[in-house]
Design a protein around this ligand. Structure first.
Ligand SMILES: Nc1nc2c(ncn2[C@@H]2O[C@H](COP(=O)(O)OP(=O)(O)O)[C@@H](O)[C@H]2O)c(=O)[nH]1
Ligand SMILES: [Mg+2]
Length: 289
């Protein structure tokens, strides 16, 4: 499933048992091309050089194995589980810029909770685009979940309020809220997000249990900018990385976790409801082939 991440890096190292100057240069370049930031790429190369000098290699997969181990060690402390509230409803706000996969991830999450026997309500909080509401309703039908929606242009805070009200009345276990693809440069949109967050807090007596930031694995270094902006707005509690099935990169994750200590929780591996898995540092590292 996760095969071919950092593919060029794998190619550079394959069959090489020694880390000569040429390999080091190629390795650094390949890491940066796979969206690893320059400082993190240099750290990785230094670490590999140290390990190689200590002779921790047995065969010609040796360097590649060292890289996998190192990536695993970097990411393992970041593995995290979705927060589930002790008292229902668990509220999950799904955040991220347009096109990263928020709506699809919501459908996948709803599908997963339902298959675990939990009741789910979806709030169509992306009221910015009419298509977004329709798309969510189609998904709701597909995965068998009610979607609470208002018209395009409606106040997302009001949609959130309605959804929480309905959830309380019906004893729903999980409320998952879509949000607009707020360009982080547009302050009023971030303001709307904060308002939605306040409404959750007022209705449930605590901040949204999960403020899940969706990041497209193809995003590159901009992922860090996105994470910072959304974190400043309402505090991000977890990250879902989508489209890891369709990229040979994935290096942005290494830079992101070097910069910010936000748990990595989910991985999107396709466009179907079941294409969502828990983030696993081991799988990610072993995906480097
Ligand atoms: N290959 C792949 N495509 C995805 C994944 N998640 C979402 N997509 C696609 O990305 C596009 C944008 O997704 P959408 O959920 O509408 O993004 P939103 O604007 O953030 O709500 C759609 O074509 C989805 O099918 C994934 O994990 N893998
Ligand atoms: Mg959407």
């Amino acid at each position: 499933m996760l095969k071919g991440l950092l593919r060029r890096v794998g190619n550079v190292l394959r069959g090489r048992a020694t880390l000569d100057e040429e390999t080091i240069e190629d390795l650094e370049a390949a890491l940066v091309q796979a969206d690893v930031s320059v400082p993190v790429a240099m750290e990785i190369v230094d670490r590999l050089r140290d390990d190689a000098e200590r002779g921790r290699m047995t065969d010609d997969e040796g360097l590649l194995d060292l890289l996998r181990d190192h990536v695993y060690e970097r990411l393992a402390p970041c593995e995290g589980e979705l927060n589930i509230a002790p008292e229902p409803p668990t509220t999950i706000m799904v955040l991220g810029v347009n096109g990263v996969g928020k709506t699809t991830t919501i459908a996948k999450l709803a599908h997963r909770f339902k298959s675990e026997g939990r009741s789910v309500l979806i709030a169509a909080g992306d009221t910015f685009r009419a298509a977004a509401i329709e798309q969510l309703e189609v998904w709701g039908q597909r995965v068998g979940c009610e979607v609470i929606a208002q018209k395009m242009g409606a106040d997302p805070g009001a949609v959130m309020f309605d959804a929480l009200d309905a959830a309380r009345a019906r004893g729903i276990d999980v409320v998952i809220a879509d949000t607009a693809g707020r360009l982080h440069t547009k302050t009023n949109l971030m303001e709307e997000l904060r308002k939605m967050a306040r409404i959750v807090e007022r209705a449930t007596g605590r901040p949204a249990d999960e403020r899940l930031l969706v990041i497209d694995a193809n995003t590159g270094q901009n992922a860090i900018v996105q994470a910072r902006e959304f974190d400043q707005a309402i505090g991000v509690t977890g990250i879902a990385i989508t489209k890891l099935d369709s990229t040979a990169k994935g290096g942005a994750l290494l830079s992101l976790t070097a910069e910010m200590k936000i748990p990595l929780k989910l991985v999107g591996l396709g466009e179907k409801p079941e294409d969502l898995v828990r983030f696993s540092a081991r799988d990610f590292a072993d995906g480097i082939v």
